[in-house]
Design a binder for this molecule. Structure first.
Ligand code: NDP
Length: 283
């Protein structure tokens, strides 16, 4: 194997230790950062994510409060809970785990979260601020992706970054962040005509699709940095969008799945909660 592995697990662990020190310092000043996590229904993947977030709060000294709600809860009831949390002085960050059941309007719920507590960075105001380069809560997975690229020391400015996937939670915000860092950015999606022709131009290739092993050796330029955001279950095993063993033969750096982007997502949520607590409660 040629590529060096970008170990998200190790990076996240070190990052969380630093966060804990900052959280402890804030607690000394009388403020404990607090995160509310709202889960509607019993989707097993969502339950796993929520448990991971609660555990990370415990690790970093952040107060957490989990709300596990029935899948048939009325939208109005959920909105009332969000409003209550907006007013709660012990809560600095509010995360509503997506997806929500079909009878609930996701946009209405995201819009209802106070923009000061929008630690997921999904509120339209946060998205707008990101796109015009104003300080805001950065969405967690895209922020984690940037941290992992920067951890290689190769730099982003002037590089050609190709992103596969254009979702609001990964592809588009990653593109915005890379643009801010002065990369030249190409975004691909399901209607892109010749995916390989695009991805082979990438110095930095970010894949966020949700199709196991979509990206193979022939999609990747020699020496590229490859970040695999994908999380797919194949025969019960978690696997990425990149055919790891093959692509590692040509890439210079590559993230594994699991153990790459995943641990960074939750870590950046902890970072945003700390930032929210500082903004709301200090001064
Ligand atoms: P979405 O389903 O919202 O978006 C997928 C994107 O991939 C779309 O833009 C779609 O194009 C594009 N796409 C689909 N098929 C192809 C194809 N054959 N060629 C090129 N593009 C294609 O997914 P998400 O962005 O929410 O998530 C992507 C993956 O990342 C998933 O596996 C998810 O589980 C994972 N994920 C991981 C996280 C982590 O913490 N590690 C966090 C969030 C997501 P179009 O727009 O045209 O439909």
């Amino acid at each position: 194997m040629k590529a060096q592995i970008i170990d998200g697990k190790v990076y996240a662990k070190t990052y969380r230790e630093t966060l804990k020190t900052e959280v402890d310092a804030l607690v000394q000043q009388g403020v404990q950062p607090g995160l509310a996590v709202v889960l509607v229904g019993e989707d097993p993947a969502s339950q796993t994510y929520v448990n991971g977030k609660i555990k990370a709060c415990e690790e970093t000294g952040i107060y957490s409060k989990a709300f596990r709600l029935q899948s048939d809860i009325a939208e109005s009831e959920l909105l009332a809970l969000v409003e209550e949390l907006n007013q709660d002085p012990n809560i600095h960050g509010i995360l509503v785990q997506l997806p929500l059941p079909a009878h609930i309007n996701e946009d209405a719920v995201i819009d209802a979260i106070s923009k000061e507590k929008d630690v997921d960075g999904f509120h339209p105001v946060s998205v707008g601020n990101l796109s015009i380069g104003k300080e805001t809560f950065l969405p967690c997975t895209p922020h984690g992706v940037i941290k992992l690229i920067e951890s290689t020391g190769l730099g982003i400015a002037g590089k050609h970054a190709v992103i596969v996937g254009r979702s609001n939670i990964v592809g588009k915000p990653v593109a915005m962040l890379l643009l801010q860092k002065n990369a030249t950015v190409t975004i691909c999606h399901s209607r892109t005509k010749d995916l390989g022709e695009m991805t082979r131009q990438a110095d930095i290739l970010i894949v966020a699709v949700g199709v196991a092993h979509l990206i193979k050796k022939e999609h990747v330029k020699e020496g590229a940095v490859v970040i695999d955001v994908g999380m797919n279950r194949v025969d019960g095993k978690l696997t990425g969008d990149v055919l790891f063993d093959e692509v590692a033969e040509v890439a210079s750096y590559i993230t594994p799945v699991p153990g790459g982007v995943g641990p960074m997502t939750i870590t950046m949520l902890m970072q945003n909660t700390l930032t929210a607590a500082k903004r709301i409660s200090v001064n």
